[in-house]
Design a protein around this ligand. Sequence first.
Ligand code: PMT
Length: 413
Amino acid sequence: MASNAPEEMTPAEIESGYFNNNAPPKSLHKHEALARAFIDLHVEANRRVVLVTSGGTTVPLENQTVRFIDNFSAGTRGATSAEYFLEQGYAVIFFHRQYSLLPYSRHYSHSTNCFLDFMEEAAPSSTGSGDPDHGPIVVRSEYQDEMRDVLRKYRYAKRNNRLLLLPFTTISEYLFELRSLAQLMQPLKTNALFYLAAAVSDFFIPRDRMAEHKIQSSELPAHLLNKQGDNDASNNDETIDPEDIYTGGIEAQPPTHSKKLIIDLDPVPKFLHRLVDGWAPEGSMVVSFKLETDPNLLVYKAQTALKRYSHHLVIGNLLSTRKWEVVFVTPDAPYERWIRVPKSKRSKSLSGAEDQVGLAEIKKAEGESMATKADGQPSETALEGVEIESLIIPELVKLHSNMIAKHEGGKSQ
Ligand code: PMT
């Protein structure tokens, strides 16, 4: 029987096509067991649980992977948001790219705030120890208060089982585990929240077209060439309609000075439909993110995603301003609502472009900006460098509470 063209397939058919043709990750059963125990605990306590996805997924080019495609996401949004969810009493499943930023330890990461810079050897006189070479290591006095605060929150979350860390690396690991986690969250019902901040790859190489071994960059003698066409990343003879090829506006050019490696990628199936309409518990809240670089596209793309997947909220952000502003796009009024860190409270960012703040907001009549001063916004006397997640999460929790109340109200009628 001939199979349907992808555009004629139902979301359920696309789901079985993907999950039957790609291998589940080795960690799946272990992660499922950890998640099941964590979820049971919080169902018992009638506690809200948020699944935070964070960081970028990789796209391996070889089955025994030497090379892969990656993206920029460091996991700042996810790790920071997780802390504010914990502060709001949620239990957090932190489903993150391995080695990306983690809640709490992000404050002392290896690159921006190297943890070694926060420490020093205690002065010999203060320790009473006779041997200056074996005295204790302490946190420098100017960082004591801040680190104590972070340490207490971290220990509280650990001691009370409020935070479950589950790593992924590849797009396939992400998709298999996302499906399992969402299905395991079913007993949470309306107490479940999905906060999809990960930057998920849009293209991948299906298993049946992936080279087994490292793709060679120089000629091999004939007797060493792999007979199955391995290492030929473009061994697809079918003629492809040019309309079916994404070019990103750049036309393919013939090789000039040397050979080319042409990688043939398929689009990753859009599983948000299945998440909203099948995997996630009925009555749960689903929040996705939309990242753009062109201010003119952001709101339009966020609205389109909301219509397409019929979920509850799209949080739009621009690459260049994401630390200072986001837009909440909702199916109900006010439809488009901006949340901004006040100018005087913006953290410095080397990669950000502050002059682009406000550019993506759809312009209304003079004085009619849709930017909302979020409740609980820190006062002018608050510390410099307010994290935008400290404004996003309380607003989101209100929306989640409203959804739960509506659902409860609907049931009792
Ligand atoms: O990590 P940082 O450096 O702090 O950066 C944070 C961020 C910019 C990555 C984050 O704020 C963000 O915008 N994430 C979403 C990026 C994006 O545009 O994703 P998308 O358009 O490919 O997908 C839309 C949504 O569906 C996302 O919520 C994504 O997590 C989710 N998705 C997408 C595809 C897929 N197969 N599964 C998904 O769950």
